[in-house]
Design a protein around this ligand. Structure first.
Ligand SMILES: *Cc1c(COP(=O)(O)O)cnc(C)c1O
Length: 428
């Protein structure tokens, strides 16, 4: 790994001793710049080992919606730690998980009332896919085993979910042979695309279990937005062809797009929804797959074969559920959605000048997501380093530079972020 020798003298011993043993995500280990050693976080700040402080523009992959180290979440986790950090969920339950399930069911629209917990977003999508396929099997319908998902979509890195990502993002070509074949279509965001999807479903619906989509914003696939009409078309098509509609709200859930959930903002209720990322306010890993009672009823039987056969070892971890309950308290007590609206306005204003820059193709904002799309980014590592030089942590990918900060970020911190984006993008 290309270590930055000017900094390596200041690097702590644990860093130098441990780095040769770590394998980092999404990184060519030989050429990737050395990762930054972090010693502390607070609010929207990341403190590095050499004392530098970075303003965080992406809230640790969009999870830390209340900022880092929120005292209310810390206290809840500390209390839970003293009582019971974890107990297995097979044959046992506990207050934090049941309370969280009840609260999520009450918050979600419609009849999304049955919660299955897991420990990562990818797994919650795997569970949703298993639920959908077995829903049909349990009802005696045998051939419905594939999914329709969409170009630009991202649903996780496990092999099951890779197969429903955008073909490039999910590396379908590289892993051909391992991955099951699903249908990756254009979102029905125009009449033409809607007609094409309708025709496709008319042909293939007998083999399709469900439609899987990130509602309103496709995140890791390129921060692409679509409107509520697109989701209404999906709901109508799912109803017309008797398919389950699955919303992957792992990114959009918990206020990121401006409403608590994208499904609520769009006025469209899916049959299954997945949540993770901001579920615990960015503190502990936890995910949930929530089904309507109609889906759940297909599993309700005297036949043990009709049970959902899934159970992560650490599902419904008590610390994580305590953190999630504390996070929901904060959404109730503090003006998070107002903060998101304020961030949206500030991002709109702060990023608008980038529209005039030569290399910029698009500037768009939805909720607390601000995106500057470029024609291309040649050296993403250099760009990331440039941001660190500006005192901010921003992680461009593909051809986009984006901000998705904590909802509690201070106005001056947000100004620093948008100014840094303008400066770095202008320099290209
Ligand atoms: C991050 C993400 C996932 C995967 O979650 P992991 O916890 O990384 O497995 C799935 N879907 C969406 C929409 C995501 O943003």
């Amino acid at each position: 790994m290309a270590e930055d020798t000017s900094k390596s003298k200041a690097a702590p011993e644990w860093y130098r001793a441990g780095l040769p043993h770590i394998w980092l995500p999404y990184a060519q280990m030989k050429t990737a710049p050395a990762p930054l050693p972090v010693v502390r976080t607070a609010g929207s700040r990341i403190v590095l080992a050499d004392g530098r402080e970075l303003i965080d523009g992406i809230a640790s992959w969009w999870t830390a919606c209340h900022g880092y180290n929120h005292p209310h979440i810390r206290a809840a986790v500390a209390r839970q730690m003293a009582d019971m950090p974890h107990v297995m969920f097979g044959g046992l339950v506990h207050e934090q998980a049941l309370t969280l399930a009840r609260r999520l069911a009450a918050m979600l629209p419609g009849d999304l009332t049955r919660v299955f917990f897991s420990d990562s977003g990818s797994v919650s999508v795997e569970v949703a896919m298993k639920m959908a396929v077995q829903y049909w099997l349990n009802r005696g319908v045998r051939a419905k085993t594939t999914f329709v998902a969409f170009k630009g979509g991202y649903h996780g890195d496990t092999t099951g979910t890779m197969a429903v990502c955008d073909p490039d993002e999910g590396m379908h070509a590289l892993f051909a042979g391992l991955l099951p074949q699903h249908i990756i279509a254009d979102l029905p965001d125009t009449e033409e695309h809607a007609a094409a999807l309708d025709a496709l479903l008319a042909r293939a619906h007998g083999t399709i279990a469900g439609i899987l989509v990130e509602p309103l914003v496709q995140g890791a696939g390129g921060m692409k937005f679509h409107d509520a009409g697109t989701l209404r078309r999906l709901r109508a098509l799912a109803d017309k062809y008797e398919l389950l509609l699955i919303f992957d709200e792992i990114f959009t859930g918990f206020g990121r797009t401006g409403a608590m959930f994208a499904c609520e903002a769009a006025g469209v209720t899916p049959d299954i929804v997945t949540l993770s990322k901001a579920l615990t306010g960015g503190t502990l890993p936890l995910a949930a797959t929530i089904a309507t009672s109609t889906v759940f009823d297909a599993f309700w039987s005297d036949d043990p074969q009709k049970a959902l056969m899934h159970g992560p070892t650490f599902m419904a971890n008590a610390l994580a559920c305590a953190a999630a309950n504390a996070s929901l308290d904060l959404f109730e007590r503090e003006p998070r959605l107002d903060q998101v609206a304020r961030i949206a306005a500030a991002l709109e204003e702060g990023l608008a000048p980038a529209r005039e820059f030569l290399r910029v193709k698009d500037v768009r904002v939805k909720g607390a997501i601000g995106v500057v799309e470029l024609d291309r980014i040649d050296d993403v590592s250099a760009l990331r380093a440039h941001f660190v030089g500006e005192g901010v942590f921003v992680r461009p990918f593909g051809n986009i530079v984006y901000l998705a900060p904590a909802f509690t970020i201070a106005q001056d911190e947000l100004n620093t972020l948008t100014s840094a984006v303008l400066k770095v993008v202008r320099s290209l």
